[in-house]
Design a protein. Structure first.
Length: 388
């Protein structure tokens, strides 16, 4: 009896949108006799206290191997050695991770980004002569807060471990890879059947929605100041903010009458937030992608987004589906908000165009595309090995 192919995906921390993507890949591989396992160290991530990895995990087995308390001494030694490189939120590998890779008899290992936890799996694949894929948001010039220059040098040094790349931003397709390494562009898409416009929505007050981390680099302070400029003009509107982060305490002290604060929201409740809004605003200083931008676009919202966010290049057509703005430019942001606020029909038209862009990159189609990518490059390697 022929052994089924085994794909093991290794990620430092879970995020519901990534779990769903992995599940779509697994479903597409199932008819071809592939078993797909997701190995993760932690459910939550910094500033994102997700409680549920998602309901749709069909065809995907999820295994948690926990944090590395079992080897605390070695973890402290590694942490000390890596401290000069300014690596934050580090998750170290452990014996359980390596045991799972052996038990699953992984033919292909797919790691997300470059944490020590994921790099350990990549080295395991190299030592065992197994195919290894890398999925990443990062290119050669990522946002400053996402990666240091030293980290980029380390990433380049470890590029030899990977025989294929799943680029989750346009920027990641332009990074330096070893010659001939195949690249599959699959951005952090979402299910457009879950995020959709509400044509029956009626509201007397125009609502701008911000969904994301409550921290400076997301442009939260810029948004509040732009809102105050609009309020001085007597415009009736609401700015709805959902999320959590380092500036949540500061945000709670803001008492503007047009400001509504929802805290951290996920799942169906977050989908409802998008459907009840009229426009989406994220004046970020530079997200590697910005999944909430994709969610907002799928929900039929016009986009006002910091121009350095990765999703801008993928989803936003200037003046058609929204506006890309300069980070920190309060007056420019207020001008774009005013334009939509004064012309709801324009906002609605732009939202429909954003929806069209989001539908092209629906997570179901990208799951099938990525499954075919995995099958094609592994079959190509098998043919090469056979000729030898």
């Amino acid at each position: 009896m022929k052994k089924p192919h085994s794909l093991v995906i290794v990620s430092k921390a879970l995020a519901p949108y990534r779990v769903r993507f992995y599940s779509e890949v697994a479903k597409a591989l199932l008819p071809y006799d592939w078993k797909v396992t997701l190995v993760v160290s932690a459910l939550s991530a910094k500033d994102h206290p997700w409680k549920d990895p998602g309901k749709d995990n069909e065809a995907l087995e999820i295994l948690g191997v926990g944090r590395t308390g079992e080897s605390s001494l070695s973890s402290r030694v590694i942490e000390f050695l890596l401290r000069p490189f300014n690596l934050r939120d580090i998750e170290f590998p452990n014996y359980s991770l390596l045991a799972v890779l052996e038990q699953q008899k992984a033919d292909v290992v797919w790691t997300h980004e470059y944490s020590p936890f994921c790099l350990a799996a990549a080295f395991w694949a190299s030592f065992r002569d197994r195919y290894c894929l890398l999925s990443s948001d990062l290119g050669s010039t990522p946002p400053k807060h996402s990666c240091t220059a030293t980290q980029l040098k380390l990433h380049k040094a470890f590029s030899f471990l990977y025989q294929g790349v799943i680029a989750q931003t346009k920027e990641a397709t332009r990074r330096t890879h070893p010659k001939g390494v195949p690249i599959n562009f699959a951005p952090h898409a979402i299910d457009t059947d879950l995020y959709y416009p509400d044509p029956s929505k009626h509201s007397s007050v125009f609502r701008f929605l911000f969904a994301g981390g409550i921290r400076k680099e997301k442009g939260i302070i810029t948004l509040i100041e732009a809102g105050r400029l609009l309020a001085l003009e007597g415009n009736p509107f609401e700015v709805r903010i959902v999320g959590t982060g380092p500036l949540s305490g500061w945000l709670a002290t803001q008492s503007d009458s047009w400001l509504s604060i929802g805290g951290f929201i996920e799942g169906e409740n977050l989908q409802k937030e998008y459907r009840s809004a009229d426009a989406y605003v994220l004046p970020t200083e530079g997200d590697t992608y910005g999944v909430t931008i994709h969610e907002a676009a799928a929900s039929g919202l016009p986009l006002i987004v910091g121009k350095t966010a990765g999703a801008v290049e993928t989803l936003l057509s200037e003046g058609i589906s929204g506006f890309a703005i300069d980070a920190g430019d309060i007056r420019q942001l207020a001008d774009r908000m005013r334009l939509l606020l004064s012309d709801p029909s324009l906002a609605k038209h732009m939202g429909l165009k954003a929806r069209e862009a989001a539908e092209i990159l629906d997570i179901k189609s990208l799951g099938k595309q990525t499954a075919n990518f995995i099958r094609n490059i592994t079959q190509s390697r098998n043919r090469t090995d056979h000729k030898r």
